[in-house]
Ligand binder design. Sequence first.
Ligand code: NAP
Length: 323
Amino acid sequence: MSLLPRSFDVKPGEKFDVIIIGMGPAAYSAALYSARYMLKTLVIGETPGGQLTEAGEVDDYLGLIGIQAADMIKVFNKHIEKYNVPAIMDTVESFRREGDEYIVKTKRRGEFKADSLIVAIGVKRRKLNVPGEAEFTGRGVSYCSVCDAPLFKNKPVVVVGGGDSALEGAELLSRYATKVYVVHRRDEFRAQPIYVESVKQKPNVEFILNSVVKEIKGDKLVRKVVVQNLKTGETRELDVNGVFVEIGFEPPTDFARQNGLEVDNHGYIKVDEWMRTNLEGVFAAGDCTGMWLGFRQIITSAAQGAVAARGAFTYLTEKKRKK
Ligand code: NAP
């Protein structure tokens, strides 16, 4: 089984019933369901697995007990290959409507046409925007505990955030690092209690609550992090070599607006219960949508992908009937 999906034989300019933009769990699920509805389907995305590439062991997807994320991606590829769905790795720059079809413009492979689109582009990581963050990215500052934890064996680190990513990250890092400081701006956690409880049991983890990172300092590598207590105003310097920024994600507002998709108050793509967007024949699924905001799971993304494919099938069937 491969980590890369098969592209089969896709030619620029080729027309499809559905083009799925993205390559995370929502996109794979949409591809599977579209293919099972016998729609001619193409997947275009940058990274097979999307954010799943940043996960370690996954134990909350029903039926796949304790599976490694990489193995999960291989299984997803195998499943869409069974239905001969081509998937090409490329960046979708934009899409536009011409007549009653959509033209999808990619960075490297030219344009493709479709009667319907499913946008499943996910989200991008949020930055702290403090001095030193950009300078030390890749030199101690990381946005992915799961990817980089082993690099900090026997070193002290900071994890910033109070959500699932931060707490899951702190749990993993506590197995490698000498010391893990969890810096969170409040004294309550957004993370699921199971993660918080697990981290609280770790002897080498210290919580620094009601606090924010003000600056990251170092020479060639990170050496110190300046933290400020929001209640007292006091600052403290932590001697660390790693800073894991796990403070959530930015919505895909720019891509959405540039392509005429309406967004909600939080900047996520607006969808209805059939994952329909404001554009006729365009559906959206997964983390890029405003659906179930605050509960982002592989299984919920997969569910949205399936519903979007069903929406596309209904739309295309109606369209044919009216002709
Ligand atoms: P999140 O749930 O949005 O949490 C982000 C955390 O960072 C919050 O605690 C937030 O503080 C803090 N934060 C945000 N902006 C900040 C800033 N500028 N400075 C300092 N702190 C800041 O993000 P996430 O933890 O990455 O999770 C994203 C989604 O993925 C969630 O739906 C989560 O459930 C899901 N997820 C699930 C799993 C799992 O189930 N295994 C694992 C990882 C992620 P406040 O709390 O004060 O807002």
